[in-house]
Design a protein around this ligand. Structure first.
Ligand SMILES: O=C(O)CCC(=O)C(=O)O
Ligand SMILES: [Fe+2]
Length: 342
């Protein structure tokens, strides 16, 4: 099936051998994808294939093998229960809003003891599988670096000083979520999923298993289109790259703009609605990495208004956006089962 979303080959931006004009070409393509669609496939991202495979395998291991008791131990707790409302496991059982299970991890913060405030607690790592924490933390370091590089490319495309972004993402309050969607043949008649929403941060790097027909994106013409996983070897690379690097570039991320980046670009970049309607009969694993601003970053538009003015007072502090958003408001509308596409 042809990819309906633009595909950005990021390798020339990352390669030390590229010329400035090759980097600018990437920045332009990225800029166009962000303005026109708000969603794109990212290939040539340099995250090793074995690291990606191992993240997916470990997340699957958790959803297949962790006991109910173990999940309960790491369940998200509210402040009164000694938790922080945000970090840990949760199960959403709601046929209207879409059912799924997830474990959320956030950038560690210097915490004292409870009572925590929202988001300011400690990550709760499961004991199944035992090496999930190590592998995930190594993966997150790579993704944080990639997030900064993509923001550098965006600054180039927007023709703004990169430090405007980089100074506000150097302690990115990221959120890595492992998600499990039950197979359709389970007891429940409704498909698993997540109702339509936009993400609230800067940029999401979504890693999924090979399951097709699950994530959908609302196109400009108002149609829901499938954003199925694709592999880079389905496409010809337009750039010279060493074989060693190519071996590391198999899977593509599905990336999308969040509300904070839409705010940052005065709406020029779109935070696009998407939803999950998981139609297959087996468990689907997805791992979004939400690359978000520093906790205290003040985000005001980097592009001028119609009168050519930048108003640095107008804007939003990321922690305020987070506090408004974290109460899992991902399902603004009931999940509607889409007609399966051919
Ligand atoms: O699982 C997916 O494909 C997407 C999940 C998602 O949109 C989210 O967690 O915000
Ligand atoms: Fe999302």
């Amino acid at each position: 099936m042809a990819a309906a979303l633009p595909i950005i080959d990021f390798a020339p931006f990352l390669s030390p051998n590229s010329t400035l004009s090759q980097k600018e070409d990437v920045a332009k393509e990225l800029d166009r994808a962000c303005r026109e669609v708000g969603f794109f496939y990212l290939k040539g991202h340099g995250i090793p294939e074995d690291m990606i495979a191992s993240m997916l395998a470990k997340a699957r291991d958790f959803f297949e093998n962790a006991t109910a008791e173990e999940k309960g131990k790491i369940a998200i707790k509210n402040i009164k229960q000694g938790g922080d409302n945000a970090r840990g496991w949760l199960r959403v059982e709601n046929s209207e809003k879409g059912s799924h299970e997830a474990v959320d991890f956030y950038r560690p913060v210097e915490t004292q003891s409870p009572p925590y405030t929202t988001g300011m607690g400690v990550n709760q790592w499961p004991s199944t599988p035992p090496d999930l924490q190590d592998i995930t933390e190594t993966y997150i370091k790579r993704l944080e670096h990639l997030g900064c590089e993509v923001m550098r490319a965006m600054a180039m495309g927007l023709q703004v000083d990169p430090s405007v972004f980089l100074d506000r993402i150097n302690k990115a309050f990221w959120n890595l979520r492992i998600l499990g969607y039950e197979g359709r043949k389970s007891k429940k008649p409704k498909p698993a999923g997540i109702g339509e929403h936009t993400d609230y941060g800067i940029l999401t790097f979504l890693l999924t298993d090979a399951t097709k027909q699950s994530l959908q994106v609302l196109s400009k013409s108002g149609e829901w289109i499938w954003a199925d996983p694709i592999e880079v070897n389905e496409f010809q690379s337009r750039y010279e790259f060493t074989q060693a690097n190519l071996n590391n570039l198999k899977g593509c991320y599905v990336c999308n703009i969040g509300d904070m980046l839409a705010e940052w670009t005065r709406g020029a970049y779109k935070s696009t609605l998407h939803r999950v309607c998981h139609t297959s009969d087996s468990l689907r694993i997805s791992i979004p990495f939400f690359f978000d601003p520093n906790w205290d970053a003040f985000i005001s538009p980097v592009l001028p208004d119609a009168d050519g003015k930048l108003n640095e007072v107008q804007g939003i502090r990321y922690r305020d956006k987070f506090l408004q958003s974290v109460d899992y408001p991902l399902w603004r509308k009931p999940l509607v089962e889409p007609a399966l596409m051919p």
